[in-house]
Design a protein around this ligand. Structure first.
Ligand code: SIN
Length: 286
């Protein structure tokens, strides 16, 4: 069947923009093309979308069953009636934040990698954006692994890393979680440092987030030295791309082969994004 979608790579690092799709009214063929582009380019951008929360959920569900949104630092979990939607916002209404992550920097991370089965995809829809700042950057973890010197690849072969969910990427303690800053004893789940992407079958560096990360069976000092070295490669500017948001943008990324971070922005301006996350339904494996 004919389609009018146009896919254009967005940077040398990763990402593609797809034009010609209305996510609230997508044919199966168009979905297949978007799905393929998401696997090929790791991050996909679609601009000028007009979506209700229900539309965002319906589109997201084409990728698979959705995870419920993580608990916000305020203890709230979701948009009334839509537990799948995670609100990312600095806006305060009636004295209460309507979302998570505030207006500060959100550090590099993979969404919810502290779960045994982390989500495979996240989709973010921009409802309000600040005039300056608040851009989101993505890095390519296939390339990060390729860039590692052979000696470093040998060092991490077969090792597992603890992924800790005590703090979110904005640095906020999650509601109901005890603050522990010792990576050796903090809670978390272990995943291999080098995983095989379950759909592309390509090896990928899987780091999650730096805070409270700990490499199994090492001394904390040795673990920190090795992790710092890996993070230098993983977050190098040559393997990253930054997205400047416009209202109506939808960005979806593959959590198994990317990390992302967000710039800070003026807290007196408003930023409201709605995110869904698609269940991975598989443990990251080597
Ligand atoms: C996130 O999903 O980590 C937030 C991204 C953003 O605020 O741009």
């Amino acid at each position: 069947m004919k389609n009018n979608l146009k896919i254009t790579p967005i940077s040398d690092a990763l990402g593609a923009e797809i034009k010609g799709a209305d996510l609230s009214n997508l044919t199966d063929k168009e979905f297949d093309i978007i799905h393929r582009a998401w696997l090929d380019h790791c991050v996909v951008l679609l601009r000028n979308q007009e979506l209700t929360d229900k539309d965002l959920i319906t589109f997201s569900q084409r990728f698979g069953e959705l995870d419920w949104a993580p608990v916000q630092e305020t203890g709230r979990r979701f948009v009334e009636g839509y537990p799948e939607i995670y609100v990312i916002s600095n806006v305060v209404e009636n004295g209460e934040p309507i979302g998570s992550l505030g207006a500060g920097e959100a550090v590099w991370h993979t969404d919810m990698s502290y779960l045994e089965e982390p989500p495979k995809a996240s989709m973010v829809y921009a409802l309000e954006v600040p005039p300056i700042g608040g851009s989101t950057f993505f890095c390519n973890m296939y390339t990060a692994l390729e860039l590692l010197p052979d000696t470093l690849k040998e060092k991490i072969s077969g090792l597992r890393l603890k992924h800790d969910g005590t703090y979110n990427s904005g640095g906020y303690l999650r509601e109901g979680v005890k603050a522990i800053d010792d990576p050796v004893t903090s809670e978390g789940v272990y995943h291999p440092i080098v995983c095989k992407h379950p759909e592309t079958n390509q090896p990928v560096l899987y780091l999650g987030r730096r805070r409270n990360a700990y490499i199994e069976s090492m001394t904390l000092d040795d673990s920190n030295i090795l992790l710092d070295e890996l993070w230098t490669y993983a977050t190098h500017k040559d393997i990253a791309w930054g997205h400047v948001w416009k209202v109506g943008d939808v960005v979806l990324w593959d959590n198994r082969c990317t990390m992302h971070r967000r710039d800070s922005f003026d807290p007196d301006t408003r930023r409201v994004l709605h995110r869904t996350q698609v269940k991975g339904q598989t443990k990251p494996t080597a």
